[in-house]
Design a protein around this ligand. Sequence first.
Ligand code: B12
Length: 243
Amino acid sequence: MEARVAEQLRGALGQLGFEVHAFKVGWYNAVLQPAFHLPYPDDTLAFVVLSTPSMFDKALKPFVNKERLKIIRDPVDQCVSHHLSCVKEKFPDQKVDIICDYEILPNRKPKFLAQTAAHVAGAAYYYQRKDVKLDPWGKKKIYGVCIHPKYGGWFAIRALLLFPDIQVPFLEQSAPIDCVSTEEKRIELLEQFNFHWQDWRYRDIIEVKERYSEEQKAYFATPPAERFRLLGLPGEGQRSTFH
Ligand code: B12
């Protein structure tokens, strides 16, 4: 069952520059405090959806060209949710729940922890402070970061797709590839992600197969309200006349 669903998802989303990885809700809940648990039985089938560098050209630009008058919030968020809704229609007999990375609960906590999901699904290793033995950071808060074996840090974790009516007790878990395996490299990675993330260096901590183009970097480096202009859309002020 899982294989058939995965194949359909990959068929639809792969050509748009997305990657999907299956996991069981139980694997995710097992490593998290109850406050972050997903409210589904342990054997429920879920997929984590990543955007790879080619999503910008394959999904975002065509979406913006086609839907330009309908874009009222962040174009990437709207593009992702548009394509996931289309995918949902491919499963008319199945209940499919979609949770996006930017969604929050009434208590302001994220609806799902994207990095933990990517790790337990085997998509990208989540390097956390506790993965370093000789910790040089004292009292500083250090956020963790996922590294993908093919795209390094040049990807994003966009959403979860959950299939509440599909139970997969026998799904086998594959460990994520530990591509930043030395203590020195892990320290360098966490330093760059926490203190220099704007210069993009953490994303190249390993040799990558593909990275964001200069155009895509310029897009993501621009504050959200000004991004519309880079895509040839009118800015926030003018857009309010559309709705
Ligand atoms: C809130 C948020 C922020 C906040 C706070 C960051 C934080 N990590 O708390 C701020 C604004 C600072 C921030 C900044 C950035 N962010 Co941010 N952020 C988020 C967001 C929305 C939620 C993260 C969160 O609240 N985590 C809560 C904490 C408590 O989780 P945690 O530290 O992982 O702790 C859990 C684990 O340790 C787990 N656990 C325990 N034991 C074990 C064992 C194992 C094996 C595992 C797997 C887990 C596990 O249990 C803990 C909880 O109980 C996520 C998207 C999402 N929905 O997840 C993006 C996200 C983490 N951000 C991301 C990015 C890229 C950034 C920035 C570079 C800016 C940007 N968008 O370009 C900067 C970099 C950090 C910096 N230097 O400031 C990416 C990271 C991608 C990656 N490769 O890892 C994410 C995933 C967004 C995405 N769509 O891809 N961010």
